[in-house]
Ligand binder design. Structure first.
Ligand code: ADP
Ligand code: MG
Length: 402
C-alpha cells in the first residue's frame, strides 16, 4: 500500500485545491469585495448549518480577495469568545499576524504600542495583549483604529477583509449588536473612504437573534446562505481527492460515496477519510465505500450529535425500530406514524409510541404541521442521515448484493 497521507480534512477548512462548488455565492461576495475595495464599507452575514462549509468558503474567498484584489485578509475564529474586548483583541492580533512578513509590520505594531510581541520558539508568532484599560479604549474607538490600520497599509494593500468566524456567542449579546450598529453608522458618517469588508459567520438562528436584538442591522448586512453541494460537485470532490493520492475509484464506489455524503461537506470528509484508511489495495471498490460509510457513521454520531441524543438513538431497545423509520426514505426528514407502524413486528409495535414520545421530548423529532395528523419530522437533517448511514451496518450484506 502506498504510504500517503489522507487528502481528507475532517474538521478543518478544506485546502484550496480541493474546494468545490459555491460559484453563485462566490460571485455574490466578490461583488461586495469590489465595492469594499472601491471605498464603500461592506458587511456580509454568512450563514448555514454546522459542517456545511462556512469556514472553508470564507477562507476560499479570502484567498481570492487577497490574490485578485490585493486585500489584506484576517480570519478570526471566535468560537469561545463572548466579550467585545476579546473579539477586538483577537481581530487586531490576527491583522498583526498577517502583516508580520511585510515591510510595514514595524510601523503598524508601533501604532499598537509595546503590547505586540513576537515569540520565536517554533517559527515566529505574534501576540497582542494590551491591558484591560487599553482594550476598553480600542473597543470604543474601533472605527478610528480600523481607519488607522487601513491608512498604514494603504501604500501596499487595497483594503481589509475581516472574517469573524463562529461568532455565535456574540450574536446573542445586546452589547455586540449595539456596538456593531454604531460601528457601521460611525464609518458611514465620518469616513468617505473605508475599504473594509467585514464578514460575520454564524448559524442561521444566530442571524435571527442578532436581527431581533438590533433590527436595523438587518438592513446593513448582505446575507449569504450556503447549503448542500450538488451530487456532481460531491463527485468532483471525491475524484480530485482520490486522484491526488493515486487511488483508483470504481464507478459504483463513487455512487456510494456520493449518495451517503448527502451533499454535506462535513460528511464527504468523514466518509472519504474512513474509506481512505480502510482501503488496502489502492483501489476503492464498492465494499470499501460501504465500510467507509459505516465507520464514518460512528465518528459522525460521536462528533455531531448531542451525547444524550446519541445514546437514546442507539439504545438496543429502540435501535431496530429507528432503523425501520429511516429505511423507507433514506435521509428523508419526514415520516408517518401509521406507515412506520405497519412495518413493525408486535414487540416493536408495543414500544413504538413510547419511543415517539421520547424522541419528541428530546427534540429529535417534532410534529410535521403541514403533513397532517400522524406526520413527523426529524428536527435536524443530520439525524436521519446519520441513522441511515448507521443502519447500513445491519444490512451490509444485502446492500452489497443489490
Ligand atoms: N466547498 C468545499 N469543498 C470541499 N470540502 C469542503 C467544502 N466546504 C467545506 N468542506 C469540508 O467540510 C467540512 C466542514 O467544513 P467547515 O468549513 O468547517 O464548515 P462550517 O464552518 O460550516 O462548520 C470540513 O472538513 C471542510 O474541509
Ligand atoms: Mg466553521
Amino acid at each position: 500500500m502506498s504510504e500517503v497521507n489522507s487528502p481528507f480534512t475532517p474538521g478543518s477548512p478544506v485546502p484550496l485545491e480541493l474546494f468545490v462548488g459555491r460559484s453563485e455565492q462566490i460571485a455574490q461576495v466578490m461583488r461586495h469585495v469590489r465595492q469594499a475595495v472601491s471605498g464603500k464599507q461592506e458587511n456580509v452575514f454568512l450563514t448555514g448549518d454546522r459542517g456545511i462549509g462556512k469556514s472553508s468558503f470564507a477562507s476560499f474567498l479570502r484567498h481570492l480577495a487577497t490574490r485578485d484584489h490585493n486585500m489584506l485578509g484576517a480570519h478570526v475564529f471566535l468560537g469561545r469568545v463572548s466579550t467585545l474586548e476579546e473579539m477586538v483583541r483577537h481581530t487586531l492580533e490576527e491583522i498583526l499576524k498577517e502583516t508580520r512578513e511585510q515591510p510595514w509590520f514595524d510601523q503598524l505594531s508601533a501604532y499598537f504600542g509595546d503590547h505586540v510581541r513576537q515569540l520565536g520558539m517554533f517559527g515566529v508568532t505574534v501576540t497582542f495583549d494590551p491591558p484591560e484599560r487599553d482594550l476598553t479604549e480600542l473597543v470604543r474607538k474601533f472605527p478610528e483604529v480600523l481607519g488607522n490600520v487601513v491608512a498604514q497599509i494603504a501604500d501596499e494593500k487595497a483594503g481589509l477583509f475581516i472574517i469573524l468566524d463562529d461568532m455565535n456567542g456574540l450574536a446573542e449579546s445586546i452589547e455586540f449588536a449595539n456596538w456593531y450598529k454604531s460601528l457601521i453608522d460611525e464609518i458611514a458618517t465620518q469616513y468617505p473612504q473605508f475599504p473594509v469588508l467585514i464578514m460575520l459567520i454564524g448559524l442561521p438562528e444566530k442571524r435571527d437573534s442578532l436581527a431581533s436584538l438590533q433590527p436595523s442591522l438587518l438592513r446593513v448586512f448582505r446575507v449569504c446562505e450556503i447549503e448542500r453541494l450538488s451530487s456532481d460537485e460531491v463527485r468532483e470532490f471525491f475524484a480530485n481527492a482520490f486522484a491526488g493520492v493515486d487511488r483508483e475509484v470504481h464507478d459504483d464506489a463513487f455512487e456510494v460515496l456520493v449518495r451517503y455524503s448527502s451533499g454535506i461537506p462535513f460528511l464527504m470528509h468523514e466518509i472519504g477519510d474512513a474509506t481512505f484508511w480502510l482501503d488496502e489495495d489502492d483501489v476503492i471498490d464498492k465494499k470499501d465505500a460501504f465500510n467507509g460509510v459505516i465507520e464514518a457513521a460512528e465518528n459522525v454520531g460521536t462528533k455531531y450529535l448531542d451525547p444524550n441524543v446519541y445514546r437514546a438513538i442507539r439504545s438496543p431497545r429502540y435501535r431496530s425500530i429507528i432503523r425501520k423509520i429511516v429505511v423507507e426514505r433514506p435521509g428523508g426528514r419526514s415520516f408517518s406514524r401509521s406507515e412506520v407502524k405497519s412495518r413493525l413486528d408486535p414487540d416493536e409495535t408495543r414500544v413504538f409510541d413510547n419511543l415517539l414520545r421520547k424522541l419528541r421530548q428530546m427534540d429529535i423529532v417534532e410534529r410535521d404541521l403541514e403533513g397532517g395528523a400522524g406526520a413527523y419530522l426529524f428536527a435536524n437533517q443530520m439525524y436521519p442521515i446519520y441513522l441511515w448511514m448507521e443502519s447500513l451496518q445491519a444490512g451490509v450484506a444485502r446492500s452489497l448484493d443489490d
